[in-house]
Design a protein around this ligand. Structure first.
Ligand code: DGL
Length: 271
């Protein structure tokens, strides 16, 4: 048994979309979350910059004595996972792409046309294609960078005509030309626009990797004997590098709770 928290991080608020799944499935576990809201989005930045930022965040979370690190960001997972594992060999570090790829391979056949929507960096890394083909080389995978989604979501522009137009702009041709029937939300911000996508393309089978990563967290904790106990009286803590009103509104919405129930803290990593 191990009551220490699990560190989760993302470029911003997207990684928060995995937290409700954790709290529902592993209610004894506690979270230290870091959202780099001052420097988001990462998805169009140079890989060297993303590595520098991700290392700073991981250093900070490890200094808080986390028992595991979960990279709740596809962009960081696709570029920094191995470096972070080398830097912190003492704790398990989990990326979001392999668990999602495993799920895709489990439910799809070569008859399916699998679409991955993600940031520019995740798409350019080819990580989804590679991981999915590791599981089944015969699967047909198409990817599409959709970089304007993250800034709009961080601004809370979601249930809105501008978001719907942006989805049409990026995805109409991609879905039609490739006859996509299965769509992976390859960025942890995208579950926040899942309803928009479902409304516009009603027949799609949508895969949300947030569910898969929590399944993998459970497996690792069970295997290592490090599940938290029922006596765990620690708090969940949410850090942001820019604690704006917008972030506060969005976190309350995503976690479906009031600000008074949330332990929100500011942390500037550049100091
Ligand atoms: N949530 C991040 C991801 O999963 C967003 C990346 C960004 O900041 O552009 O890729």
């Amino acid at each position: 048994m191990d009551n220490r928290p699990i560190g989760f991080f993302d470029s911003g608020l997207g990684g928060l979309t995995v937290i409700p799944n954790l709290l529902e499935n592993l209610p004894n576990e506690r979270v230290i979350y870091f959202g780099d809201t001052a420097r988001t989005p990462y998805g169009s930045k140079a890989v060297s910059t993303i590595k520098q930022y991700a290392t700073q965040i991981a250093d900070f979370l490890v200094s808080k004595d986390v028992k595991m690190l979960v990279i709740a960001c596809n962009t960081i997972s696709s570029t920094c996972l191995e470096d972070l594992r080398v830097r912190f060999p003492q704790i398990p570090i989990l990326g979001i792409i392999s668990p999602a790829a495993r799920k895709v391979a489990a439910i799809c056949t070569p008859e399916n046309n699998i679409g991955i929507i993600a940031t520019k960096v995740t798409t350019a890394s080819g990580a989804y294609r590679e991981r999915i083909r590791d599981f089944n080389p015969e699967l047909r995978v198409f990817d599409k960078a959709t970089p304007a989604f993250v800034p709009l979501i961080e601004e809370g522009i979601i249930e809105n005509e501008i978001m719907d137009l942006t989805i049409h702009y990026y995805m109409d041709d991609f879905i039609r030309e490739n006859s996509i029937d299965t769509l992976v939300l390859g960025c942890t911000h995208y579950p926040l626009i899942r309803k928009n996508i479902e409304k516009i393309y009603p027949g799609l089978n949508i895969i949300n990797p947030s569910y898969e990563i929590i399944g993998r967290v459970r497996q690792i904790l069970e295997n290592d004997g490090t599940l938290a106990g029922e006596d765990n009286d620690r708090e969940n803590i949410f850090y942001a590098s820019d604690l704006s009103e917008n972030f506060e509104n969005m976190i309350q919405k995503i976690l479906e709770t009031e600000k008074s129930n949330l332990n929100l803290k500011f942390k500037n990593l550049e100091l």
